[in-house]
Design a protein around this ligand. Structure first.
Ligand code: GLU
Length: 292
């Protein structure tokens, strides 16, 4: 098939996979199968401070136990740092990145002083813009002194430029549960100046996800509803980096008894714990609502 659709499951190895991940992997797998598409696995281990190699082995075990098969080789982000660095260099050359040396404490103090800062769609205060427009010699001085920093996207400039490159408007196509398509307008400015890398982390989730989806030829991004609003950030980066726009499907989330999204720390729903307790892969499908 010439342009075979490609789907991916992209977990971060920073804890045990749980029922929420099982739903995500299974929905992605089923959609890939229905489309006659490829199913890829990507290990999002760019943040080495939070990821642990032992969880990679567990991810592989859990997914195989669920009955999933993926193409080899599996892409591991930590093995491709130069790819993210060159994407950052491209954004830097476009003038849409700036280094921010502010500590957490400085940011908190600036937010406290601003009284009633605007909140992003996840409820976090927008970054107050410290160190935006720092003179280049000051940037060089601080970097030479070994200061820690985050590289932030100047969202106002980046979104304006991305809109220009995309023909005036930024939007994405969401495929609903029943596979009908809807065009969703983006408002990336509501996220403010997001972090795209840190001195010791080669790329943020936002940067790496768009770069990797493109280089793996992913045509269909299937992931949880919790990442729906963040897609606006990805739609800014794609035109700036000259990357194609995939289709999106943000599936329902599994919640616990109190209505909260499952967390990696919730041991009782980890796939490993369930497997060890004698639960079968078919039971998991039933529990996440994919089998009657
Ligand atoms: N690594 C991300 C997570 O575990 C996946 C993000 C995505 O599918 O785009 O939440």
């Amino acid at each position: 098939m010439p342009h075979r659709p490609a789907f991916r499951f992209a977990p971060s190895p920073n804890g045990e996979l749980h029922l929420g991940h099982a739903l995500s992997a299974l929905v992605t797998w089923e959609r890939a199968r229905a489309a006659g598409g490829r199913f890829l696995l990507r290990i999002e281990d760019i943040d080495q401070g939070r990821c642990r190699p032992r969880y990679i082995a567990r991810i592989i075990e859990d997914l195989a136990w669920l009955g999933l098969r993926w193409e080899e080789p599996v892409l591991r982000q930590s093995e491709h740092l130069t790819v993210y660095r060159s994407a950052l260099a491209r954004l830097e050359a476009m003038g849409v990145l700036y280094p921010c040396f502010a500590t957490r404490r400085e940011i908190a103090a600036a937010l406290a002083a601003s009284r009633g800062p605007r909140l992003d769609p996840d409820g976090a205060p927008l970054y107050p813009g410290l160190h935006k427009g720092l003179p280049p010699e000051e940037v060089r001085r601080r970097m030479a002194a070994g200061a820690s920093y985050a590289l932030r996207l100047d969202m106002t400039r980046a979104a304006a430029l991305a809109r220009e490159l995309a023909g005036g408007k930024l939007a994405f196509t969401e495929l609903a549960e029943d596979r009908t398509a809807q065009r969703i307008d983006c408002e990336p400015e509501r996220w403010g100046d997001v972090v795209l890398a840190r001195k010791d982390v080669a790329g943020s989730y936002h940067l790496c996800v768009v770069v990797d989806d493109a280089r793996q030829g992913v045509t269909h991004v299937t992931r949880g509803r919790d990442l729906y609003a963040q897609t606006d950030i990805h739609r800014v980066l794609q035109p700036l980096l000259g990357l194609p726009e995939p289709l999106y499907h943000h599936h329902r989330l599994i919640t616990d008894a109190s209505g909260r999204k499952l967390a990696k720390s919730a041991r009782d729903t980890s796939l490993r714990a369930l497997r060890e307790a004698g639960v079968t892969a078919a039971d998991v499908r039933r529990r996440v609502g994919l089998l009657a």
